[in-house]
Design a protein around this ligand. Sequence first.
Ligand code: GAL
Length: 672
Amino acid sequence: MQQKILYGGDYYPEQWLKYPDILAQDVEYMKEAGINTVTLGVFAWSMLEPEEGRYEFGWLRGIMDRLYESGISVILATPSGARPKWLSDRYPEVLRVREDGRRNLFGGRHNHCYTSPVYREKVRAIDMALAREFGSHPAVILWHISNELGGECHCPLCQQAFRDWLKKQYRDIEELNDCWCTTFWSHRYQSFEQIEAPSSLGEKAVHGLNLDWKRFVTAQTADFASEEIRAVREGGGSQPATMNLMYDYSGLDYDELAKQMDTVSWDSYPLWHKQEDIRTAMDNGMQHDFMRSLKKKPFLLMESCPSATNWQGVSKLKKPGMLAAASLQALAHGSDSVLYFQIRQSRGSSEKLHGAVIDHYGGRDTRVFQEVKSLGGSLKKLGEIAGSRTKAEAAVIYDVQNRWALEDSQGPRNKGMHLHEAAMKSYQALKKLGMNVDVISQSQPLEGYRFVAAPILYLFRDGMEEKIRRFVEAGGCFVLTYWSGISDRWDRCFLGGTPYGLTDVFGIRRTETDALYDQEENRMVSDGQLLPKGEYVCRNLCDLLELKGAEPILRYGDDFYAGSPAATVHAFGAGKAVYVGADGEQRLYDELYARLAAEAGVETLTAGAVPEGIEVCSRCSEKAEYVFVQNYRNEPADIRSLDLKGEILYGGSQNELGPYETLIVRRQKSTR
Ligand code: GAL
């Protein structure tokens, strides 16, 4: 799209139309800070269409022209994330209905029905009008569809659309009854017309219904968004389109949304300085990698906070250097932008105390502005990185449909299955080895990876067991953990032994699963064969395993199953299938993956070990590889162990990094 890193963020000039001096000054400040892109129009509907059918685009054109003259591009948003009062007064059906059947009052945002034909028609009209007016404006580089799509509506229109969607998924009602196991508790349906969305006032215990409802909500949201894109295109807006996604959001299957857009973008608000920053960086890094893996190409950091947010429990300031570290982390993981929420802080309402590039004081002699400006200067010199790709030979499967089923199911641990934490353990273990890691869903291919870890893959869908079999057969190393391969697409338990379809591949069968109380622990003991002699603490869940050809590499230390296998390895085809039977501590994954990933031949980005508190990533262009090394400690770090060679593009030295400092080295591409 561009050979520059997009730098800037959300800007709300409509809140400042009565302050022309401020508007003029803002653009000057933007130029000074190196800002080259702003997002306009998010939530501007009531100013763009103050009365039904009467558009007022003059103010937006004036601002857009001025930005363009100043060399600043525009990401233009469709305003459907919040609607004007006249719209819901005249057409109350556009407001969302809750699961108890009550319709919301006007207010807030994300408070609309995705199904409502009236809402869709009104959105289409404003989107087309915007595209007609601004589709050929030279400032506009990207369309930003709505804002953080999410939530669900239970109105009669949505209920009917759900039934219609179900009719397309199933041959007849009998097939649906079978898939949902509705004979249990006499919940059988005689016709599709009887089906209602899950609700705590009614049916919530049919897990197949719950899963299909979430799939429907995703399909309906994706359809709503694709109609918006169509309206923009028909109006003459031919620029690429994006939707801004959210951190670890489980309300929608983002795979489906990603199919509708040209570029993925997301909003990142990590809680820096709450715990060790390297842990926060790993957690945020996993989200960056998830977003990049949706399309396996560069994404955009659409929102981030230049100082402190105001919606988190505690609004902590970023320590000096943290802003640059967090922003460059996005680049390191494959973003082509650093965009903020927001350029100027609003005066009133709920976000008046949210951090911004320009605060209420209004000057540029602030710490935040100066840091933003300094980063702007640096990014200008890093344009060649834009568009470069991330090559990962290792992947972690983190699948939202699996999460839906796992968290909805009753047992074996209603006090928490800790899927996110389990995924993090695998992810961190690989990152500590200095590798690029993709974070993928079950619907993505496994070809091209050498090592794949699937923590708690409870639900198998779309032939997952066959995919895993083929991957191992062809020479890959696959790690599956406890409580995997238990249920199918409708959360129906598989018959005939688990992990389903893979007992020969892994050389084991899970016979039982013990759930541990929060305060309980067991031990996984190594006799020194594959892992060093010693033991690892495990918690939460312990699978009991029957060996069917696999070698045990760990055995339980306690309880009635002490001495029985706790983790196994099995050679299958040209590859290796490893089963980790319990929720082991981080050190287990660190030591196990170090060994397995090396044996599988996964390339590390640096020659030597990655020191504590450091993160390493890389991106490749046609000509070069860019290696990012980041120090997430508030003290200097010795990085000589990395033995990093190449030309320094950003940062001071290959030997030491200052607190929160980043080093970017350009080197020749690896030929592999
Ligand atoms: C995002 C949202 C923005 C703004 C921001 C505050 O989730 O898209 O509009 O509210 O949070 O951090």
